[in-house]
Ligand binder design. Structure first.
Ligand SMILES: NC(=O)c1ccc[n+]([C@@H]2O[C@H](COP(=O)([O-])OP(=O)(O)OC[C@H]3O[C@@H](n4cnc5c(N)ncnc54)[C@H](OP(=O)(O)O)[C@@H]3O)[C@@H](O)[C@H]2O)c1
Length: 319
């Protein structure tokens, strides 16, 4: 029987997810819910979804899906994840899944206690280019990594009403973009040490608009940068003793370049992927069907540790 998805929140990223489910095998989106019925109906029409609701809870109760994708603004993620857990529905929740480590620990403990699968939608860790770069790293192609850089940033719209600069909607560079830097750095280099240094610029509206975090591992250090106010040179660069691996736009990675110290350059390109969300769709279905409570690709511990980085960034305001 086809795996039945529902979507909570009929905003912009929900459309990309619905497209990914159409491309994936053996699954379908059976309903969408929005706080506005007309928005839910318009979304359902555009995406070919058979049912539209103006109530998230009622949709979960009536449809009893195999999994829910939470596509609302970040401020609502914890509450809606709790709602799904309470309904016994597996969750794939957009990044950043939580706004603090206290919230992450509380909700993910609840999920484990109730035996409900939960996963942060960190699709980038599942992309073929990211996986291949990790394979080359583990195969010692560039030797031991001594330094790493991760930068993700773009000039987000500033008009009132959009989520990026609005603290009430969970705006700011950390929840939107730094989350990628941390969770990709962890993927490539393993769990960083707890100690980190953060520096932050705050927007007039009160969100973190540009920031850097320095992370440490036993063998190396790395800097993460994020901004919602300028276009950064978006990259993941791993500097090793034998060469350098460089990936542009690592959160939506399509390829990377390996430059060895002797000048040899090779390029790996993913020309097959059309919608990178398909890998997280497949991963959730695999885990839920296997009765797992979390995915090894995006484990709970990763989401909690990343939320601890958010705690550190937000604490800079009080430093
Ligand atoms: N993985 C990726 O590549 C990617 C890319 C972009 C965004 N995202 C993440 O996806 C999430 C949504 O981003 P988006 O760009 O799609 O946002 P959006 O279009 O601005 O809003 C998405 C939905 O959030 C809900 N919403 C708005 N205000 C709310 C409020 N005050 N309380 C509760 N819900 C509210 C609305 O749902 P209703 O329709 O129910 O009212 C809206 O349709 C964010 O967490 C973002 O970080 C991920």
């Amino acid at each position: 029987m086809a795996f039945r998805w529902v979507i909570l929140g009929a905003g912009s990223i929900a459309g990309k997810f619905a497209d990914a489910v159409r491309r994936a095998e053996d699954c379908e989106v059976v309903a969408v819910a929005s706080r506005s019925l007309s928005r839910a109906e318009a979304f359902a029409r555009a995406q070919g979804i058979p049912a539209a609701y103006d109530d998230y809870a009622r949709m979960l109760q009536e449809v009893r899906p195999d999994a829910a994708y939470i596509a609302t603004t970040t401020n609502a993620h914890a509450e809606l994840t709790r709602l799904c857990i309470g309904s016994g529905v597996a969750v794939l929740c957009e990044k950043a899944m939580f706004m603090s480590s206290a919230e992450a620990q509380e909700v993910l403990s609840l999920a484990r206690a109730r035996g409900v699968f939960c996963m942060e939608a960190m699709w980038s860790r599942l992309l073929p280019a990211v996986r291949e770069m990790k394979r080359q790293l583990d195969a010692d192609v560039i030797g031991e990594v001594k330094y790493a850089e991760f930068a993700i940033g773009w000039q987000a719209p500033t008009q009132p009403g959009n989520r990026f600069f609005d603290p009430a909607l969970g705006g700011g560079a950390a929840y939107d973009l730094m989350v990628y830097g941390y969770e990709l750095a962890d993927f490539f280099l393993g769990q960083p040490q707890e100690h980190m240094e953060a520096a932050v610029r705050w927007s007039d509206s009160g969100v973190d608009e540009t920031e850097t975090v320095t992370l440490h591992w036993p063998q190396c250090m790395g800097t993460l940068s994020a901004s919602i106010t300028v276009n950064l040179d978006e990259r993941a660069v791993l500097f090793g003793t034998k060469g350098v691996l460089r990936m542009s736009k690592p959160h939506m990675a399509e390829g990377f370049t390996c430059t060895l110290n002797d000048g040899t350059i090779t390029r790996w390109q993913d020309s097959a992927t059309q919608n990178g969300f398909i890998y997280e769709v497949d991963e959730v279905m695999r885990c839920v069907r296997a009765g797992m409570l979390e995915s090894p690709a995006v484990p709970h511990d990763l989401t909690i540790r990343c939320a601890k980085m958010f705690d550190r960034i937000m604490a800079v305001r009080e430093d």
